[in-house]
Design a protein around this ligand. Structure first.
Ligand SMILES: *Cc1c(COP(=O)(O)O)cnc(C)c1O
Length: 377
């Protein structure tokens, strides 16, 4: 049993996907085809932002955001220490310094008190990475950004469809509340295509235009280079696939939440494991279902599951501030009290829109067996 059942998901919408891909094959407009612009409109509406610009990957979305807001040499960008490397990489690629903040060990999200300790005269932005499907607590970050004059960028690669508080305090979709929201359509994400893809969201029309220009070699009009850009585009085929999947996304997210609730019901109270915590003021979409396990038992549980044909994953096995690539080019909070123990204790179980109830029951039974909890007959 794999972490996600992408084939099962495909089969459930095969006719729609095949027809949408067939249409692109007939048009042969493989780059910047009509489906790309339609997807951008639909995603903007779905997320509740004025503008969506699709691009080549979630990593590119972050790089485009950093470039568009002018992050460069001498600047600092505060990012969480416990997350995927793309967040730090795109800051460093701009010649700026990634500054690693601690995270809340219960929600896995960036800790605003650590962010506050790290603010300097060079701070240009904070990247709020909404981890595993659950958005960050945004109001304290907005407050710090306002007070110190930097911007809030959201990394929404794991939490499309989740909800959190906007700057006004109202609930809104994650990815719509920062100056820029970045997302990824990597196949296993909440909304995934069949290759690489990503998007940038913003309410600021001028910023959206600038991002679009940077993603297209910095040219406007064609062959008139106004700024240094890159080539980062979403294939028309991927846009066509994503338009089909977007129509089902609400139901698929509901299915993820239902699966998470089944795990919660089965595993709450099992000694040695702690189920994911649902924070107040946000709505979780369970991109991952991540347990915290007694560190002396975590790898044993993983091996026990593997013996029974059940895949599980450690997201993430180390903190970014401990990585070779960032050792000499970053700064970090001296404390890391929240993040320090996570790499040794986290374990993510299979979850997706098409996880079968019976398959999930096997996972729950295996976890309980490992911890010596007898199944009720
Ligand atoms: C997946 C992911 C990315 C990068 O997205 P790609 O499309 O793989 O480039 C960035 N940040 C986070 C938190 C992610 O999970």
């Amino acid at each position: 049993m794999r972490m996600v059942d992408l084939y099962g998901q495909y089969l459930s919408v095969k006719d729609e996907i095949d027809a949408a891909m067939g249409e692109v094959m007939r048009d042969c407009s493989f780059v910047r085809g009509p489906q790309t612009a339609l997807l951008e409109e639909e995603l903007a509406a779905w997320t509740g932002v004025g503008h969506c610009v699709t691009c080549g990957s979630g990593t590119d979305a972050l790089l485009l955001a950093m470039t568009a807001i002018g992050v460069g040499s001498g600047d600092e960008v505060i990012v969480p220490a416990f997350t995927f490397g793309a967040v730090a990489e795109t800051v460093a690629m701009r010649g700026a310094t990634p500054v690693f903040a601690d995270v809340d060990p219960l929600t896995f999200n960036i800790d605003s008190s650590s962010v506050e300790r790290l603010i300097s005269g060079r701070t240009r932005a904070v990247v709020a990475v909404h981890m595993f499907g659950q958005p960050c607590d945004m109001p304290p970050l907005f407050e710090l950004a306002r007070r110190h004059g930097f911007v809030v960028v959201e990394d929404n690669a794991q939490s499309l469809g989740a909800r959190c508080r906007s700057e006004s305090g109202a609930m809104a979709r994650a990815g719509s509340v920062g100056l820029i929201g970045c997302t990824s359509f990597f196949p296993t994400k909440v909304l995934g295509c069949y290759g690489d893809g990503g998007a940038v969201m913003t309410d600021d029309g001028e910023l959206a235009q600038r991002i679009r220009m940077i993603a297209n070699h910095g040219q406007s009009p064609k062959y008139n280079y106004l700024t240094v850009g890159i080539n980062s585009r979403l294939d028309t085929l991927q846009a066509a696939v994503l338009r089909v999947k977007l129509r089902h996304l609400h139901d698929w997210i509901e299915a993820r939440i239902a699966a998470a609730e089944r795990y919660d019901a089965a595993l709450k109270g099992v000694a040695g494991v702690e189920c994911p915590v649902r924070a107040g003021g946000v709505a979780h979409v369970y991109h991952q279902y991540t347990l915290r396990v007694d560190p002396s038992l975590r790898d044993g549980l993983r091996a026990f599951l593997a013996d029974r044909g059940i895949e599980s994953m450690v997201y993430y096995p180390s903190l970014l501030n401990d990585q070779e690539a960032y050792r000499d080019i970053s700064r970090c909070d001296g404390d890391m009290r929240g993040a320090r123990r996570l790499p040794a204790s986290v374990l993510s179980l299979p979850i997706c829109s098409h996880i079968g109830v019976a398959a999930q029951a096997r996972v729950m039974a295996a976890v309980k067996e490992y911890f010596g909890v007898a199944e009720a007959l």
